[in-house]
Write a protein that binds this ligand. Structure first.
Ligand code: UDX
Ligand code: UDX
Ligand code: ADP
Length: 484
C-alpha cells in the first residue's frame, strides 16, 4: 500500500542529525527534509560551502540535495509545525550538578524540545528519538507530549543511530542494521511502518529490526558499551604486553581470528574518545545503580577506569622516560581529534594527555590537520563535563593556555622538541619524513606512539627512542621503570 508523502524535520544539525538527514534526502527524493537548529552559525555553515563538520563524502551528498529536498533553517517552529515525522537529535550531555551529577544524562534540551513540539504542532506527528538517551526517556517524552497535546496524536519511536564519525556516509549508505522501537499498540505499529518505509528506500528489509521502545533504547547504550569494552580489553592486555615482551598487535590478531570474537575494534590505543562511549557508559552505570544493580554498574564502570588508566599510563611513560621531568621541555603532539578523518575533539584522549603533560609544566606544540587552535584552546580550558553544553552556556572566552602552541605543520610542531606524542592515527603521520624530524629535534629524541602508526624498528634505526603501545619495550625504557 502506498503511503502518503511525508515531510521530515530534524531538530539538531550536529554530527548525527546533519549527515543522517542528508542521506535520507539523497535516498528519498520525494521526501522533503528540513534540518533545524537554534545555532544560527551552524545553520549558516550548513548552507555554505564550508560545512560545520568534516566528514568524508558529506560535501558531495549535501551538494546533490541541498535546495532540492534538503533544507537547513533556524525557523524551528514553522518547520516542526508542518512535519509528519520529527527527528530529535539534540545534545544529551552528562549532568554537571544536582542529582546524578557526573553520571546521569542531562535531558534539559530534550525536555524543552518536547514541550516546543507539543506547543507548535498543528497536525499528528511521529516523534523519533535519534540522540542516544537513557532507557525510558521515550516514556517521559511521551508523557510531556500527551499531556500537552490539544487533541493532536503523537507517536514516539526510538531509532538510535549507529554511525561512526569519519565513516558516517558509508555507515548510513550501508548500515549493519536500522533499529526502530515503538509502542505495541495498533497506532504504534503503524508509526513504526511509516519510518520503516523511509529506510526501505535503500536498506534491505532484513536489516531493519523492529522492537519495543525499551529494547531499542537499551540496544544503543549496550552496543556502545560493548564496543568500548573491547577497546578497554585490548588496552588492558597492552599493559601486560609491555610488561612481558608480547606484542599486542600479534595477540589481537590471533584473538580476533576466532570467529566468535572477530577481528574488528581490537586496536590498542592511548584510549578511546568521542562523544558517545564514556557518556553512554556513565548513563548505563547510573541506570543500573538506580535499579538496584550495583554489581552490574561496577562491571561497566571498570571499562571507563581502564580507559582512564591507559591515558595516565601514557603520560607516565612520557615523563618517566625523559628523566622524570618534562618541565619546560617542548613536546610535540601530533593529532588532537579523537580519531582520524574527523575534526571532532569531544572527549579526545589528547585532552587528558595534554593536561597531564601541562601538569608537569611541559611546553606543548600541537598539530592536527582538522582541528583549529581556537578549538584546542577551548578544550584544554574546559572542565570535564562542560564540553557538550552549548557554547553560550560555557564559561566565556576561557583564557588560552600559555604553555600551548598550535601549528599547521607537523615539521614545525616537532622542531626543537624533546619528544613527539602521536595521539591520532591520521594516515599522513605514517608518511612523515622521520629522518628530517629526528635531525631537527633535541637529543636524545623520543617518540611515543599512542596509536601504533609508526614502525618502531625503523625509527630506532634512525636514532629515536621509541615507545609504542603494547609493544616490546625499548631498552632505554626498561632502564627507566615507569610508575605505570
Ligand atoms: C561510536 C560507535 O562506533 C558508533 O556506532 C556510535 O553510533 C557512536 O559511537 P565514534 O565515537 O564516532 O562511534 O567512533 P569509533 O570509531 O567507535 O571510535 C571511538 C573511539 O575508540 C575513538 O577514539 C577510536 O580511536 C577508539 N578506538 C576504536 C580504539 O582505540 N581502538 C579501536 O580498535 C577502535
Ligand atoms: C572454551 C573455549 O570456547 C575454547 O576455545 C577453549 O579452547 C576452551 O574453553 P568450552 O569451555 O569447552 O571451550 O566451551 P564453550 O562453548 O566456550 O562454553 C563455555 C561456557 O560458556 C559454557 O558453560 C557455556 O554454556 C557458556 N556460554 C557460552 C554461555 O553462557 N553463553 C554463550 O553465549 C556461550
Ligand atoms: P550529536 O553528536 O548528537 O549530533 P551535536 O552536539 O553535534 O550532537 O548536535 C546537537 C545539535 O542540537 C547542536 O547543533 C545544538 O545547537 C542543537 N540543539 C540543542 N538544543 C536544541 C533545541 N532545543 N532546538 C534546536 N536545536 C538544538
Amino acid at each position: 500500500q502506498k503511503l502518503k508523502m511525508v515531510k521530515i524535520c530534524c531538530l539538531g544539525a550536529g554530527y548525527v542529525g546533519g549527515p543522517t538527514m542528508a542521506v535520507i534526502a539523497l535516498k528519498c527524493p520525494s521526501v522533503e527534509v528540513v534540518v533545524v537548529d537554534i545555532s544560527v552559525a551552524r545553520i549558516a555553515a550548513w548552507n555554505s560551502d564550508q560545512l560545520p563538520i568534516y566528514e568524508p563524502g558529506l560535501d558531495d551528498v549535501v551538494k546533490q540535495c541541498r535546495g532540492r529536498n534538503l533544507f537547513f533553517s533556524t525557523e524551528i517552529e514553522k518547520h516542526i509545525g508542518q512535519a509528519d515525522i520529527v527527528f530529535v537529535s539534540v545534545n544529551t550531555p552528562t549532568k554537571t550538578r544536582g542529582l546524578g551529577a557526573g553520571k546521569a544524562a542531562d535531558l534539559t534540551y530534550w525536555e524543552s524540545a518536547a514541550r516546543m513540539i507539543a506547543d507548535v504542532a498543528k497536525s499528528d506527528k511521529i516523534v523519533v528519538e535519534k540522540s542516544t538517551v537513557p532507557v525510558k526517556t521515550a516514556e517521559a517524552i511521551e508523557k510531556i507530549l500527551i499531556h500537552n497535546s490539544r487533541g493532536i496524536n503523537f507517536q514516539i519511536l526510538s531509532n538510535p543511530e549507529f554511525l561512526a564519525e569519519g565513516t558516517a556516509i558509508q555507515d548510513l549508505f550501508n548500515p549493519d542494521r536500522v533499529l526502530i522501537g515503538g509502542r505495541e499498540t495498533p497506532e504504534g505499529k503503524k508509526a513504526v511502518q511509516v519510518l520503516k518505509q523511509v529506510y526501505a528506500n535503500w536498506v534491505s528489509e532484513d536489516r531493519i529490526i523492529t522492537t519495543n521502545l525499551w529494547s531499542a533504547e537499551l540496544s544503543k547504550l549496550a552496543a556502545n558499551a560493548f564496543l568500548a569494552q573491547r577497546i578497554s580489553s585490548v588496552n588492558a592486555i597492552s599493559a601486560l604486553c609491555e610488561a612481558t615482551g608480547a606484542d599486542v598487535a600479534e595477540v589481537a590478531y590471533s584473538v580476533g581470528k576466532d570467529t566468535r570474537i572477530g577481528p574488528k575494534f581490537l586496536s590498542a590505543s592511548v584510549g578511546f574518545g568521542g562523544s558517545c562511549f564514556q557518556k553512554d557508559i556513565l548513563s548505563l552505570v547510573y541506570i543500573c545503580e538506580c535499579n538496584g544493580l550495583p554489581e552490574v554498574a561496577s562491571y561497566w564502570k571498570d571499562v571507563i577506569k581502564v580507559n582512564d588508566y591507559q591515558k595516565s599510563r601514557f603520560v607516565n611513560r612520557v615523563v618517566s622516560s625523559m628523566f622524570n621531568t618534562v618541565s619546560e621541555k617542548k613536546i610535540a603532539v601530533l593529532g588532537f581529534a579523537f580519531k582520524k578523518d574527523t575534526g571532532d575533539t569531544r572527549e579526545t584522549p589528547a585532552i587528558d594527555v595534554c593536561k597531564g603533560l601541562l601538569g608537569d609544566k611541559a611546553k606543548i606544540s600541537i598539530y592536527d590537520p582538522q582541528v583549529s587552535e581556537e578549538q584546542i584552546q577551548r578544550d584544554l580550558a574546559l572542565k570535564k563535563f562542560d564540553w557538550d553544553h552549548p557554547v553560550h552556556l560555557q564559561p566565556t572566552s576561557p583564557t588560552a593556555v600559555k604553555q600551548v602552541t598550535v601549528t599547521w605543520d607537523a615539521y614545525e610542531a616537532t622542531k626543537g622538541a624533546h619528544g613527539v606524542c602521536i595521539l591520532t592515527e591520521w594516515d599522513e603521520f605514517r608518511k612523515l619524513d622521520y629522518v628530517k624530524i629526528y635531525e631537527n629535534m633535541q637529543k636524545p629524541a623520543f617518540i611515543f606512539d599512542g596509536r601504533n602508526v609508526i614502525d618502531p624498528q625503523k625509527l630506532r634505526e634512525i636514532g629515536f627512542i621509541v615507545f609504542s603501545i603494547g609493544k616490546p619495550l625499548d631498552p632505554w625504557l626498561k632502564d627507566m621503570p615507569a610508575v605505570v
